[in-house]
Design a protein around this ligand. Structure first.
Ligand SMILES: Nc1ncnc2c1ncn2[C@@H]1O[C@H](COP(=O)(O)OP(=O)(O)OP(=O)(O)O)[C@@H](O)[C@H]1O
Length: 252
């Protein structure tokens, strides 16, 4: 892939405990592409994201990502399953944090934060404290914080797994709107076949022991995806195809 933004080539990751989390894992993600990582528990999905984010080193192989190429720049945003907001800071200050760490003053950051909060339905909550927010609202704030630096790559590790189904579907749709408004590559870890099909352009299916990419399923439906997409026969067919790939990966 000549225009890959993110690439892992024959990457091994062995922890000090002796656990081999990844063996010969290779993948590429283009600029602006939406890719999900799907696989059984413990197959190394979070390890892949940590390597891409530059939070961990491979034992062997090559990792080439914005975080490795340009460690000083906030070119990568990260969202975890837990929103991990600062409990003593309001929504505005939580979203400001990455810019503040980059030396951007509150006044300089205000237009960007205001626009981001407005686009994510958070305009009236700028001065709310995290304890006053629902789980879905906290996750919106976490996503706004990850987007505030206009990252080239947004890494998301099961961000919606703890939310109720309706909130999860709403946040799926909002995430696609955000991705279309400000193009960035998204790597999205999920256990949900339905979520992976709804969101992605490609799904990388991982197998465990040792962790590696064993299949790639193209979700060749254009974005924006219409409201009826989730209930369409095409959606059901893609879910079936991805479920089969996941089953084969789990059995491998
Ligand atoms: N810091 C660490 N030290 C030792 N072993 C680790 C460490 N981090 C992860 N592992 C092990 O590496 C393997 C892959 O873990 P990882 O969290 O990447 O998998 P995962 O696919 O994200 O799992 P899940 O879907 O359950 O979140 C697992 O066996 C895990 O126990």
């Amino acid at each position: 892939m000549p225009d890959a933004l993110i690439s892992l080539s024959s990457v091994d990751k062995r922890f000090a405990s002796g656990t081999v989390a990844l063996q010969s894992a290779s993948l590429e993600v283009r600029a602006g592409e939406f890719v999900s990582l799907l696989g059984p528990s413990g197959c190394g999905k979070s390890t892949v994201l940590r390597l891409v984010a530059g939070l961990d080193q491979p034992t062997a192989g090559r990792v080439d990502t914005p975080a490795w190429r340009d460690p000083g720049q906030a070119r990568t945003g990260f969202v975890f399953q837990d929103a991990t907001l600062l409990p003593w800071a309001d929504v505005f200050d939580n979203v400001w944090l990455p810019l503040r760490l980059a030396g951007v003053s509150r006044a300089e950051a205000a237009p960007r934060i205001g626009a981001l909060l407005a686009s994510m339905g958070l305009a009236d909550f700028a001065h709310a404290m995290p304890s006053e927010l629902s789980g879905g609202m906290k996750m919106r704030v976490a996503i706004a914080r990850a987007r505030v630096t206009q990252p080239e790559a947004l890494l998301m590790d099961e961000p919606f797994a703890a939310l109720d189904e309706i909130t999860r579907q709403r946040l799926n749709a909002e995430l696609l709107e955000a991705w279309q408004a400000e193009p960035m590559a998204v790597m999205f870890v999920t256990h949900s076949v339905v979520e992976a099909v709804y969101l992605s352009q490609r799904v990388l299916v991982m197998g465990a022991r040792p962790g590696r990419i064993v299949d790639v399923v193209e979700i060749d439906e254009p974005h924006p995806r219409p409201p009826g997409f989730r209930t369409s026969p095409r959606f059901a067919e893609l879910c079936r195809r991805l479920s089969d790939a996941l089953e084969a990966a789990t059995a491998a």
